[in-house]
Ligand binder design. Sequence first.
Ligand SMILES: NC(=O)c1ccc[n+]([C@@H]2O[C@H](COP(=O)([O-])OP(=O)(O)OC[C@H]3O[C@@H](n4cnc5c(N)ncnc54)[C@H](O)[C@@H]3O)[C@@H](O)[C@H]2O)c1
Length: 260
Amino acid sequence: MTYAKNCLEGKVILITGGMGAIGKVVVGELLAHSARVVVNDLIPAPEAQELAQAARWPAERFLYLRADVTRRSECQALVNRAVAHFHRLDIALCHAGMAQSCPILNYSEQDWDRILDLNLKSAFMVAQASAQAMIQQGIKGKIIFTSSWVQDVPWPDITPYNVSKSGMKMLMRGMARELAARGIRVNSIAPGIVAVGMAKRQWDTEPDYRNRAQKAIPLGYMQPPESVADAFLFLCSEASDYITGTTLLVDGGCSLYPMD
Ligand SMILES: NC(=O)c1ccc[n+]([C@@H]2O[C@H](COP(=O)([O-])OP(=O)(O)OC[C@H]3O[C@@H](n4cnc5c(N)ncnc54)[C@H](O)[C@@H]3O)[C@@H](O)[C@H]2O)c1
């Protein structure tokens, strides 16, 4: 990405689920552009430190905080600790998410709750706690949700996931509307079928998924995670300061009407 290496200097950015397949690439991109980054995930801290060292993330601009963002008290503590460590919070990335493949006729109530709790409710709780911290500090910050192209497409066998991302779209628009007067910008990034993480796991293990997915990408190849990280860089940078209430589709055309 051709952005100045210091374009995020001074910004403190929190990302949930930041040690996942896409998250790690996003974190690397933000750090490479001089941000200070608080990374949340479920893995133990020593494991996160090892990954950070292997990736050569600068220790003085990186903080790992283990927290389960499906728990409200942990969301609040996460934001409090991020602010206590770096003394401010400019941008919150509500990125943690999961998918589980199962026909809707067999989807259990428990699995429905697990997907909605993580993908939608935790995003609300982290976004709300982050916005409160920004307002308290007088920071005209940004909140960015990680949605998906399926927020508007009934992709088979992951209906609760589609519902969660669809709900996230209205959460994003509602927060953008209500927080605009405070100067807080709220947007979503909607990736397509990425070559790492949850889509790749399905691609590798579910032949039906793979057959469908192979025909669903107009650009003709799985999405590089770097393209998702570039979209985050844009929405975190000053170049997007006048954008709020928008979904940035970065999906290789998946959301276009399929022609075969
Ligand atoms: N991979 C894709 O093709 C794709 C496409 C569109 C959108 N997305 C979205 O991108 C995001 C990341 O997906 P990924 O493919 O990198 O998945 P991933 O499974 O590699 O990463 C998800 C991360 O979230 C963490 N996490 C799970 N539960 C958590 C909790 N309760 N608290 C804190 N962290 C938790 C996991 O430990 C994991 O590190 C998700 O929101 C997903 O919906 C992915």
